[in-house]
Design a protein around this ligand. Structure first.
Ligand code: ASP
Ligand code: MG
Length: 418
């Protein structure tokens, strides 16, 4: 039997009517001849509520009990989805993570897959069950305790099942109808993409496009799982939504396929740092030890003089997630006190945003950076920091220009037209 994985996010199973609506989509695939593994999220808002209860009960909670509580939302929807399918005459049963089993590491609240043995589900499919409804987001630690995979983890559960069961495709049903060239709330010219390459989706997901959990895209890329993002609130068919796939499957692609943004950035500058071999290591090691996620880095000639080291000072600027600023400051201040590094001043700028253009075409096309910088210049937007990778260029700018920058870049790269 050909097999499909269908994943329904929280808004798609938010109440009994929506579960019915989702079940009808499952039934249609069963009628077409598929065996189906359905992965469900908790009803929307439920996981936040459960997390809140844990935090109120025990601020420094035991992560094993956090997982015991927080994983329960998915158990409810898995059971309700199986019941709904049975009411429609579709042979279905629910599976909790430990029953499959979904074996994970012991890293509670951020566990990773170890393996998903197929025997139990295969046996049930062999007995005539058409649908296995699996609770997303959860697994089983080696010591027999329940784990969860990190927020948004049901996407990753879905991809892992698609890989383990060699599914024809993994369909992610959600509250948007696909992946767009940029956020439609920011640019009315945003266009839905028919296809997008794994690498591009991975960049967009990690740059803040919230359609898919980043790890699910990583996993899909590794195991070449064809992933489709589509709406559970519309009539859909084989051509709906956006297919996330290998670049070989994409015939026509632009140089740039997406513009992403993130408001959750901050810029930190260490003013007048000694310019000597080893200084970068001395700065970034304490940040790494403190678990700070440094993203962009620039080192430039300091505008100021540094009395002790005339002619050999530099300013070091880097960006961090805005909620890690305090941690980064503390790490730098401690390194200064202990004499590992010296600087005159630590300047924090939290009124910044990161805007990025992404496209695999950048590997073989020149001039992308020039086009990007010209478009920003035309709007009088000053660039504070630049970072590039093989398929991405990111700039840090004043936050008040973020929307304008996204719109200008969307225009400059002609993303509106298919
Ligand atoms: N319910 C979990 C969460 O909200 C997992 C998921 O929905 O993907 O994070
Ligand atoms: Mg989600």
């Amino acid at each position: 039997m050909p097999l499909l994985v269908m994943k329904f996010g929280g808004t798609s199973v938010a109440d009994l009517d929506r579960i019915k609506n989702a079940a009808a989509k499952v039934q249609r695939e069963v009628d077409r001849g598929y065996d189906v593994i359905v992965i469900v999220s908790a009803m929307s808002g439920r996981t936040n509520e459960l997390v809140g209860w844990v935090e109120q009960t025990s601020p420094l909670f035991d992560a094993r009990e956090y997982d015991a509580v927080v994983s329960s939302g998915e158990n409810v929807t898995a059971g309700l989805m199986a019941l709904t399918l049975q009411e429609m005459g579709v042979p279905a049963r629910s599976w909790q993570g430990w029953q499959v089993p979904i074996n994970t590491t012991a890293a509670h609240s951020a566990a990773r897959f170890v393996d998903i043995p197929r025997a139990n589900l295969d046996q049930k499919f062999g007995e005539g069950f058409k649908v296995a409804v699996v609770a997303g987001f959860q697994g089983l630690a080696p010591d027999g305790r329940i784990t969860t995979l990190g927020r948004g983890g049901s996407d990753t559960t879905a991809v892992a099942f698609a890989a383990a069961f060699e599914a024809e495709r993994c369909d992610i049903y959600t509250d948007v109808d696909g992946v767009y060239t940029t956020d439609p709330r920011i640019s009315t010219k945003a266009r839905k993409l028919k296809k997008i390459a794994f690498e591009e989706m991975l960049e967009l997901a990690s740059l803040g496009a919230k359609v898919l959990q980043t790890r699910s895209v990583e996993l899909a890329m590794r195991y070449k799982v064809r992933l489709r993002v589509l709406s559970s609130f519309e009539d859909t068919d084989e051509n709906s939504g956006t297919l996330v796939c290998d670049e070989d499957e994409i015939m026509e692609s632009k140089v740039v396929n997406g513009v992403a943004y993130s408001r959750e950035e901050a810029k930190i500058t260490l003013v007048t740092v000694e310019d000597r071999p080893g200084i970068s290591a001395a700065i970034f090691q304490p940040l790494a030890d403190a678990g700070v996620n440094v993203d962009m880095i620039v080192q430039n000639i300091s505008e100021k003089d540094y009395d002790d080291h005339p002619g050999s000072v530099t300013d070091m600027t880097f960006s961090v997630p805005i909620n890690q600023v305090e941690r980064a400051k503390k790490a730098m201040e401690e390194a200064k006190v202990s004499g590992e590094i010296a600087y005159d001043e630590l300047v924090v700028d939290t009124d910044v945003a990161k805007v990025s253009v992404v496209g695999i075409g950048m590997r073989s096309h020149t001039g992308v950076a020039a086009t990007m910088f010209k478009a920003l210049a035309a709007e009088n937007i000053n660039i504070k920091v630049i970072a590039t990778s093989e398929i991405k260029i990111s700039v840090l700018i004043d936050r008040k220009y973020m929307e304008l920058a996204v719109q200008a870049l969307h225009d400059a790269f002609g993303l509106e037209a298919a």
